[in-house]
Design a protein around this ligand. Sequence first.
Ligand code: BEZ
Length: 223
Amino acid sequence: MPGLLLGDEAPNFEVDTTHGRIRFHDFLGDSWGILFSHPRDFTPVCTTELGRAAKLAPEFKKRNVKMIALSIDDVSDHLAWSKDINAYNGDEPTEKLPFPIIADAKRDLSIQLGMLDPDERDKDGMPLTARVVFVFGPDKKLKLSILYPATTGRNFDEILRVVDSLQLTAKNKVATPVDWKRGDRVMVIPSVPEDEAKKLFPEGIFTKELPSGKKYLRYTPQP
Ligand code: BEZ
């Protein structure tokens, strides 16, 4: 079955993009990576999403995350659309965006990665791409997958928030609770025994008392 599951290695596809031809693994290098797909060029929701992604590019760079978009049109359409995206952002209407857009006019990559939305079709009845977000770690394995239908735009603040969580939890034996944001306290993961937790988190652990008497709700300041 096409598609990618958590822990799968990113396929090393070779594609044309607005920044030239790339091989995906070379593009990622040792960085984190985010691949986000779009139904089509010159569509309203996609334009707002790519505009926001362009504005947030410095934030992704700070986090060592390489950005790359995909839409099922060709490079010349992507470049013309980029002018609209920059104009939408109130910037010079140039073809330059801070990340490449993959050309996938034949949908080869969208099919391989399981990105098509069966409910949204073009005038020829062909499915459009859904709004997929894949985040890859420096080991090129899939760390996060989000799948929205074409008709619902994503929240890029949320995407940055999950990148913060992924990077924090990759390095520390913690998990981030509901609505967590950078700087908030985090939870000690259940597999860490009490004595190890005390050593790992010298800033202290607060354990909430619960009716079950089980001591699993353990908070610690963000490492
Ligand atoms: C949009 O980007 O606005 C869009 C694309 C495909 C279906 C619905 C909306």
